[in-house]
Design a protein around this ligand. Structure first.
Ligand code: PLP
Length: 398
């Protein structure tokens, strides 16, 4: 075998700045001896419409030469029309084709939008705990989390941060938030928009879970409430509807702004092949698939909540999420977070520490539990082990 080339000394500043490769274990890549996988927010196997995708391929591919050629930079027109149709059916929202850009999952959308608005030395404002922390670290050296109350980001906190530090953008996940599971109320959305307009701070609305609504309120999106002024850029994804492996998402914003975002897209056109399959599937099965997902995940959420009541009780607090994939658990003894995490790991139960969702690495004494992927019994087992781990940690640290 050849000697390993010493590439470390050749790395760019950007590559050096990046964190060491993550230790995220995906469900599919999890070792065999995992007892319960409550780690990654991804679909349940039975939610993945593989049979329908075979049918979609049979219908969509014959004679479809463009499906295997380079695609349009803004993405497949037929998929753009599918996104428009979804917005019309589920939200009564009418948008034009030139307001949408198809992306390689919403991950690419997040990256492109942040790079459009943010220089490395500029601040990004974020929710109290946010999936966005993973992206912010790549784009900027500065992130600031905005505290939430029961309605959403606290207006005084937002106002003060904007007045004193003028962030380049406010990145928020207002609906079925990842990791916190909660939703910004309509009134608070309007207040947040007013503050952002007043300070001239654009909003990035990451709406990955909008479709996965199980009960209770789901307010109109920030994009819709703002009336499409260009203040709010919204991203969505097919990862939660169809499966993350399809790698398709979209950006919705004011048409002129799409022209400023597009130069950051260097992918030869988001997979025309995947887009053809997804379009065919969505045209035939969109409403049925989303209704099915809502039933599957509502049941899993309820199983997790019942298990938490029985196994964790007053050792932690949590709220019932009305949608999405996650329950956010705050320990009564927040200082035990690392110890509890270690005990879960030793018992081969995978859960996510709150520290991943903060740019400052503060775990907030919280743990994110994904109920989306694990089968019912695995959810129950995982929560039982979590309860035992918390109890053991308290006993060891009286
Ligand atoms: C809030 C949020 N945004 C974006 C994504 C990225 O999804 P994808 O790149 O698969 O579309 C996720 C995935 O878990 C998410 O939870």
């Amino acid at each position: 075998m050849a000697d390993i080339f010493d590439f470390e000394c050749c790395l760019s500043d950007e590559a050096r700045r990046r964190a060491a490769p993550g230790t995220m274990v995906s469900a599919s890549g999890a070792p065999d001896d995992i007892v319960a996988d409550l780690l990654v927010g991804q679909p349940a196997n039975e939610a993945l419409p593989l049979d329908y995708m075979v049918e979609a391929a049979r219908n969509a591919l014959p004679e479809n030469y463009p499906a295997l050629l380079y695609g349009r930079r803004k993405g497949s027109l037929e998929l753009i029309d599918v996104v428009r149709e979804k917005l019309r059916v589920f939200e009564g929202l009418e948008v034009d084709r030139d307001q949408i850009v198809i992306t390689n999952g919403s991950g690419q959308a997040i990256d492109m939008v942040l790079r459009t608005f943010v220089n490395r030395d500029q601040l990004i404002a974020l929710d109290h705990a946010s999936f966005g922390a993973l992206f912010v670290r790549r784009v900027s050296d500065h992130g600031a989390h905005v505290a939430w109350d029961a309605q959403g980001p606290k207006p005084e906190a937002l106002d003060e941060l904007f007045a004193t530090q003028q962030p380049a953008i406010f990145y928020t996940i207002p609906t079925f938030q990842n990791p916190m599971g909660n939703t910004i109320t309509r009134e608070r959305r309007l207040e947040v928009l007013e503050i952002c307009h007043r300070h001239g701070v654009p909003v990035f609305e990451d709406d990955a879970y909008y479709e996965l609504h199980y009960d209770g309120d789901r307010p109109a999106s920030m994009y819709e409430l703002d009336g499409g002024s260009g203040l709010v850029t919204r991203a969505g994804t097919f990862s939660k509807i169809l499966g993350a492996g399809i790698r398709l998402g979209w950006i919705l914003t004011a048409a002129p702004l799409t022209d400023r975002i597009l130069p950051l897209k260097t992918d030869g056109g988001t997979s025309p092949f995947a887009s053809a399959l997804a379009s065919e599937f969505m045209r035939e099965h969109m409403e049925e698939q989303i209704a099915r997902l809502q039933d599957i995940y509502r049941e899993r959420r309820d199983i997790m909540l019942a298990a938490l009541d029985a196994q964790v009780g007053d050792l932690a607090t949590w709220k019932r999420p009305n949608g999405g994939f996650f329950v956010w658990l705050t320990l009564r003894r927040p200082e035990l977070l690392n110890d509890v995490m270690q005990r879960c790991e030793q018992s081969r139960v995978l859960v996510r520490s709150g520290s991943v969702f903060r740019v400052d690495g503060d775990g907030l004494g919280a743990i994110r539990l994904a109920f989306s992927h694990a089968p019912h019994d695995e959810i129950r087992t995982g929560v039982r082990v979590l309860g035992e781990s918390i109890r053991a940690s308290i006993a060891a640290n009286p």
